[in-house]
Design a protein around this ligand. Structure first.
Ligand code: LMR
Ligand code: MG
Length: 514
């Protein structure tokens, strides 16, 4: 089959072109959302109109609106002042950023406080921003939608902890199912009388009730919220985990209990400095971990994953047309990067079809990584050649990309490193390699070398670089050049082809065209 037709019919989605060229999605090009939470008030501005959002701006201020709420029934007076100042600043910033009107939600503190309605009116009066005070199940729905932004089509239980509430939402086949809200926020639990034992009984009682409402939920547990993220940072520190990326970080059930002990045994001040956790957050961690332990005991999840996508991303997802939601966030982000930074945008796709025969028995999960790597294979061309390989690795492993496991980040990083370098030894990233099994490291090397060679057959978008045929039984790697690509197959290209064949354990065979 002709590779170009194949490309338009299946591999690049039904539209055969990037969706963010659509006027409908371009209207989403800069979206600003404000989340007025019980701990923090945050502005996020998303940019790029892509399925995988770029964070154009992201600022959080720990205002503590819900501090003392359980005792007084009112918003924290100082918190009110700080939140109002934060919102005023955000409104002003948004004007300059051309976001259009901000969408703002307020959660547990404003929802439950006696003076919540009055505060909402004051904010509108003084800043012009209308807060949508959402109820607990709507909060749960939005945060689950945020999770779907990063894990389209996933199954599991989303657990979002804020200052004054904790929400649960079921996700199934990429849709939000049952949802509940509870008062299990650390700012509230602080006020439970009777010490730790009484608090534990209280938490357990509420969770039993939540379990009844939600039913059994043994799939993945997705953790959303700043207090869970702080716990994940501490868990990473305890394990000496080498990749400091919270999104998609996995914990086992056992790890939660080990980390609870670790928190108890360590000096909080020293621990928070080591892990990069703020003091206001650290104050909530000992209570939050008690809640997490009970959540894990109650639901017994198969595994636990941190999501840095939550309510704010859910608000963005809400505004996306379904056709955009259905797209793969990883591929969208890579395509966007290619369009912005590659020398010959569009060549990534040609390269993918050229090297694909080497991987045709690969599973779909692997193929999407290969496609992502091809799209990214040239985006660091501006960097100094001595640094390109490492820069590529760093970009791929740290980038803000949804839909990518940590091991997949390393795979992508290694492939891009090998696009520039024959060896992966001696880099400062070596401790990270072990997150990827040895045989996958080798596969990444083959991919890198294939891109390294394919990039030599640099042609304009329409031209065909030729065809690769791998005959694994005969251990032969055949290259059939086209008349257009034959002159490109010079000495360096030949050496790279040889190196690719070596990595595959095959003998190279070249057929030039007259
Ligand atoms: C909140 O209630 O403020 C949370 O959603 C976010 C946080 O910072 O804990
Ligand atoms: Mg919140």
């Amino acid at each position: 089959m002709d590779t170009e037709n194949q490309a338009t019919s299946t591999d690049w989605g039904p539209f055969g072109r990037p969706l963010f060229n659509d006027p409908q999605s371009r209207a989403l090009s800069r979206v600003g959302v404000v989340d007025v939470g019980s701990n923090s008030v945050r502005l996020v501005v998303f940019d790029g109109a892509a399925r995988s959002p770029a964070y154009f701006f992201n600022e959080k201020i720990m205002c503590g609106l819900g501090e003392g709420l359980s005792e007084t029934g009112r918003l924290n007076p100082q918190g009110r002042v700080r939140a109002l100042a934060a919102i005023r600043r955000f409104q002003r910033l948004a004007e300059g950023m051309d976001t259009g009107p901000l969408t703002a939600v307020a959660t547990a503190a404003v929802r439950d406080a006696e003076d919540g309605p009055e505060f909402r009116d004051l904010v509108e009066d003084q800043t012009g921003l209308r807060l949508h005070v959402i109820d607990g199940t709507e909060e749960a729905r939005l945060s689950a939608q945020g999770v779907l932004l990063g894990w389209p089509g996933s199954y599991g239980l989303v657990c979002d902890i804020g200052g004054a509430s904790m929400e649960l939402a079921e996700i199934e086949k990429g849709r939000v199912g049952k949802r509940v809200s509870s008062p299990l926020g650390p700012l509230r639990l602080k006020w439970i009388k009777g010490g730790k034992k009484a608090r534990k009984a209280h938490i357990k009682g509420i969770l039993t009730d939540l379990h009844e409402k939600m039913g059994d939920q043994h799939n993945r547990l997705f953790l959303v919220g700043g207090s869970w993220r702080a716990i994940a940072k501490i868990d990473m520190e305890r394990r000496g985990y080498p990749l400091h990326v919270l999104h998609e970080y996995r914990m086992s059930r056992k790890a939660v209990f080990a980390t609870a002990r670790f928190i108890k045994e360590n000096d909080p001040e020293e621990l928070r400095n080591r892990c990069g956790v703020s003091s206001s957050r650290m104050a909530l961690v000992p209570i939050a971990i008690e809640v997490l332990k009970e959540v894990v005991k109650t639901f017994g999840p198969r595994d636990i994953a941190v999501s840095s996508y939550g309510i704010r991303e859910g608000m963005l997802y809400e505004q996306m047309p379904q056709q955009l939601r259905d797209r793969d966030p990883l591929i969208e982000a890579c395509r966007f990067a290619e369009a912005k930074d590659a020398r010959l945008p569009g060549f990534g796709r040609t390269l993918y079809h050229f090297i694909e025969p080497l991987f045709h028995s690969a599973r779909d999960e692997r193929k999407r990584l290969i496609r992502a790597a091809c799209l990214l294979h040239d985006v660091t061309w501006r960097a100094h050649p001595d640094y390109r390989a490492e820069l590529c690795f760093d970009n791929a492993t740290r980038a803000n990309l949804g839909g990518l496991k940590h091991s997949e980040r390393i795979f992508l990083g290694l492939a891009l490193l090998h696009r520039y370098s024959n060896t992966r030894k001696g880099t400062r990233f070596e401790p990270l390699y072990e997150l990827l099994p040895e045989k996958d490291q080798q596969a990444a090397e083959v991919l890198g070398k294939a891109m390294r060679f394919g990039a030599m057959l640099w042609l304009d978008r329409e031209a065909k670089p030729g065809k690769l045929v791998l005959r694994p039984k005969k251990k032969v790697l055949e290259l059939r050049l086209t008349p257009e690509s034959t002159p490109l197959f010079g000495e360096v290209a030949e050496a790279r082809f040889q190196s690719l064949a070596d990595a595959l354990g095959a003998t190279p065979e070249v057929h030039t065209a007259a």
